[in-house]
Design a binder for this molecule. Sequence first.
Ligand SMILES: C[S@@+](CC[C@H](N)C(=O)[O-])C[C@H]1O[C@@H](n2cnc3c(N)ncnc32)[C@H](O)[C@@H]1O
Length: 218
Amino acid sequence: MIKKPRISESEIGIQDPVTAGMYDRLARQLRDWGWNGVREMLSADLGSGALLELGPGPGYVGLELARQLGSRSLTGCENSPLMVRIARKNAAEYGMAADYVVGSAMALPFPDGSFDCVVSSGSLHEWETPRMVFDEIWRVLRPGGRFCVTDLRRDTAVWKQWLLWLLVRYRPLRTGLQSSMAAAYTAPELTAILHQTRLSDAQVRRTFLGLCICGVKS
Ligand SMILES: C[S@@+](CC[C@H](N)C(=O)[O-])C[C@H]1O[C@@H](n2cnc3c(N)ncnc32)[C@H](O)[C@@H]1O
């Protein structure tokens, strides 16, 4: 098997409102089909405490999860102000008082031990220094708090990548999908990164399209 080298992607994310609107529609569709990773997160025994989502984009993953878990509160930390506006609109549609802040997951603007669980979906491959984010997750979790991070996997079978490409009908998003896939990590790469962090006990599991990293702050 030929190993493709990882090609990093910028953290800036989607900047123009038209592409952001397309991403919002796609994320909504994936939520409606139940294909946005919420099911994997639900199996991580996250509990119903204060929930933090990193890189929520339009927010559907955290909103859906908070609704199903009955979370006490939902906070999102997202570096794109455009996405924060969309997430706030979507939270209002859910009738949820979610708090979205513009900020970087690499330097979370929250005190130590503020959350019972931390989740993130599809954002990890964009983080400039994942090691810093994993240590930040550890810092903002209370002892015994849980985390679950899901993302694409660069060594996903080609036929599955084609399936995804067909699902994403908008041209700018297809380009984004290809660069995201190229920037995604493999399970051994992530295991090596996690070993350099305070979340070294995390479990890294391959899923149909990607990876699921879960654990507890001991
Ligand atoms: C591909 S989108 C995924 C959005 C959403 N979680 C989903 O599953 O549909 C990745 C999101 O992560 C955000 N992001 C990337 N790096 C980040 C960082 N260091 N801190 C906070 N947000 C970040 C991007 O702005 C973008 O909205």
